[in-house]
Design a protein around this ligand. Structure first.
Ligand SMILES: [Ca+2]
Ligand SMILES: [Ca+2]
Length: 502
């Protein structure tokens, strides 16, 4: 029996992790979602900004995140900025377009791709297009912008009255501030095409996160898919290889249907949040691995060729520490991140997840200031009612080899160092009780992923051939043991071990 040679393995992982990512192909990105406002302030006004984010690029690189998704950075009257007033500018709270260009350039130098949130289902009511349209209706004049939205003189679902004019406009998101665009308008499509060109070609971003794709044409999946295909084709013509990921907040079959649009990825909502299959596989007394494998197989059956985009939470959902009840149980908090990271595709992590931040209920509670340390945080978003940090700060966890942060870093590095882990085809070799053994093959590369879903017991896993251990994710000081013939690995509780055949 031999103990896994930790020191040599970590040295290898660290070496591989500092290599820049090769190009911006879709594959193998560890994406990190940032709410710029709550991340890092650079000028002392308490509001996170692009220069602050630039300052943190070395940390992101060190952590092994090689893709950045920025929530909207365009001018907007709201704190979250999902209602845009100018699609080709930066909100002054966040900085300038020069700051944005600098962010993209410096991220690229570090091998980090950048995508931005693109909310084109709706604009702000304060967008000049909407203001011009309303002015024309109020004055009885005409404007090309009235055709940019869905104005009507009859009331209906999702209709908002335009003052006392007798006119209404469509708005799928309540509140009166986000009128839906008329995506059938040729002029609107031309506007969108130039917005895509500006960001992809002029600013140099690597793609977009597409907001609210099921609301483009509410209730009409075929029309949504056709519009997404147009978006994908437009981006591909402007910048081949740019990456698009869509927010289709829906069940597996619907998400699978949306993949026919050609958009690279759609967030895998069925795997996310407290009821998603990653976290729910950890609950109950037994058969955790079977539950996980059954659900994961269903995903692979439904989406055999698309690049998956699994995640545990985002800015609209409760954070993972609450979902796994991990406040006093760092082992399960780590293991949930580990199980996320053994899924193929592009894994998305919401900022703060790597240090066990909490947040649920009202949206601002889910978007709290990043907890770097007690002296270096932004102000909290307006409306936040529950502000607490059950786990130590980023700085404290960085120094602690047993922290959740260090576990997440190892998970990222493992994905960067074993290409087949992130991007191969998955085959289930065993899924029984708490033991899961998967094989993932990517061209000539292959790896085995052995997982012990038990919180308490170690498990012997018989391998299909003699193997070497190439990496592991461990929640505590238990360690995997490989038999002398390399054909059996003993997995500690909540242990994840990556192996290759000799
Ligand atoms: Ca600031
Ligand atoms: Ca719409």
């Amino acid at each position: 029996m031999k103990k896994f040679e930790w020191k040599r393995c970590f040295a290898l992982l660290i070496l591989l992790a500092v290599l820049p990512a090769a190009g911006f192909a879709v594959e193998q990105y560890n994406w990190y979602e940032v709410f710029v406002r709550s991340y890092q302030d650079s000028d002392g006004d308490g509001i996170g900004d692009l220069q602050g984010l630039i300052r943190r690029l070395p940390e992101l690189q060190d952590m092994g995140y090689n893709g950045l998704w920025l929530m909207p950075v365009m001018p907007s009257p709201s704190y979250h900025k999902y209602d845009v007033t100018d699609y080709c500018a930066i909100d002054p709270e966040y900085g300038t377009m020069d700051d944005m260009r600098s962010l993209v350039a410096q991220a690229h130098e570090k091998g980090i791709a950048v995508i931005i949130d693109l909310p084109v289902n709706h604009t702000s009511t304060r967008h000049p297009w909407f203001e011009a349209a309303c002015e024309a209706i109020r004055s009885g004049g005409s404007s090309p912008y009235t055709d940019y939205y869905h104005f009507s003189q009859s009331n209906g679902p999702a209709c908002v009255p335009l003052g006392d004019t007798g006119w209404f406009y469509e708005e799928q998101f309540s509140g009166g501030g986000m009128p839906d665009l008329n995506l059938d308008s040729e002029a609107v499509r031309e506007e969108i095409r130039s917005i895509l060109a500006f960001w992809l070609q002029d600013v140099g971003v690597d793609g977009f996160r597409l907001d609210a794709v099921t609301s483009f044409y509410t209730g009409d999946t075929d029309a949504n898919i056709a519009f997404l295909r147009w978006l994908k084709d437009s981006c591909e013509a402007l910048k081949p290889g740019s990456y698009l990921v869509g927010e289709c907040w829906s069940g597996l079959n619907t998400i699978a249907e949306y993949y026919t649009s050609g958009v690279d990825s759609f967030f895998l909502f069925p795997a996310s949040q407290a009821e998603g299959f990653i976290v729910s596989s950890l609950r109950g007394r037994s058969k955790h691995a079977e539950k996980f494998a059954r659900n994961y197989q269903a995903v692979l059956d439904a989406i055999p060729d698309g690049v998956l985009a699994p995640f545990l939470c985002n800015h609209d959902t409760g954070r993972t520490l609450g979902s796994v009840q991990g406040r006093s149980n760092p082992r399960i908090a780590k293991f949930a991140e580990g199980v996320l990271n053994i899924m193929g595709g592009c894994v998305f992590t919401y900022y703060g997840e790597e240090i066990g931040m909490v947040g649920s209920g009202a949206d601002p509670n889910k978007r709290l200031a990043m907890y770097w340390n007690d002296g270096d945080m932004t102000e909290q978003p307006p409306g936040a009612t529950a502000i607490e940090y059950p786990y130590p700060s980023y700085d404290a966890q960085r120094e602690d080899p047993t922290s959740l942060l260090r576990y997440c870093k190892e998970a990222n590095q493992l994905r960067l160092s074993v290409p087949a882990l992130a991007n191969g085809k998955t085959e289930f070799l065993q899924a029984e009780g708490d033991l899961l053994l998967m094989k993932r093959t990517d061209g000539r590369d292959a790896c085995l992923i052995a997982v012990n879903f038990s919180s308490a017991d170690s498990i012997d896993c018989v391998l299909p051939a003699a193997c070497d251990i190439v990496g592991a994710l461990l929640v505590d000081d238990g360690f995997p043991v490989l038999s002398d013939d390399g054909q059996t690995v003993t997995l500690p509780s909540y242990g994840i071990v990556i192996l290759t055949e000799k």
